[in-house]
Ligand binder design. Sequence first.
Ligand code: ATP
Length: 306
Amino acid sequence: IMQLYVPLNWFGTYYRAIQKNFVDMENMFDLLTVRPEIVDAPGAPSLVIREGSVEFRNVNFSYNADREILKNVSFYVPPGKTLALVGPSGGGKSTIIRLLFRFYDVSNGEILIDGQNVRAVKQMSVRKAIGVVPQDTVLFNNSIKFNIQYGKVSAPEADIVSAAQNADIHERILSFPDAYNTQVGERGLKLSGGEKQRVAIARTILKSPAVVLLDEATSALDTQTERNIQAALAKVCANRTTIIVAHRLSTIIHADEIAVLKDGEIVERGRHEELITQGGEYAQMWEQQLRNDAAGERRGSVGSNE
Ligand code: ATP
């Protein structure tokens, strides 16, 4: 989903801005023909990354004027720690990721990286500090090498190979017809979901950002692929501030904090064991997942993507 939402509903954000600034409806329609972008404040400085803490302070947000999507969301992720966002579909998990990347501006409240409001600094500098591993990675119609190097264009060959090794995709690349020069993407070799995700991981390892955002794939991967990806993800998250949108709770048992998001509000937060003991929403989700996993095993296997 990370690629899809950029051009989507810009209307809502813009509409609110216009509502504030214009009374004249005719003006509004003129302006709507121009695609709005999030703009840097004049003379905005670059974000200065020290340790990479991330904070949401009483954030409210809506895409459309008629419906509030995030309601007074607050959390703090200390440098190097991991926050997992879980909860029912539509709860607002991906929206949090989008706001942090500043695809949209908040309606109220503040988003701070190392104490600096993302609205007050250059957008480019925010994006440079953050690595994203999306659910579905779209590859460029170019070589696999290019697709990894995109994380850091100046990276030497040795670093690209090392990133691929850490992402557990190196061996696979060597098996391609032209190894690192193999053309991939729509017009080249098609990679599986798990392979594409590992390319995204390699790219992010190469980028070496202070903050990592992971949007976990909802599709089931086979157990071995899953394990390989988990190992690669663990490497990309090590010592980096991480926010993970989790669909399978088994992957976030060790998260420093889990926040349950429901209808745009954080309804529970804590570590896995605490939330299980609490016996609330999270505990129910966990029970459900255990039942689903058991049912999956009885059916024989989980579908493979590889
Ligand atoms: P899932 O687990 O299904 O990915 P989520 O918790 O990540 O869900 P979001 O994608 O953040 O949920 O969506 C939160 C709400 O915002 C949903 O009701 C959704 O319909 C709405 N929404 C998402 N993107 C837009 C958009 N571009 N324009 C308008 N509404 C949107």
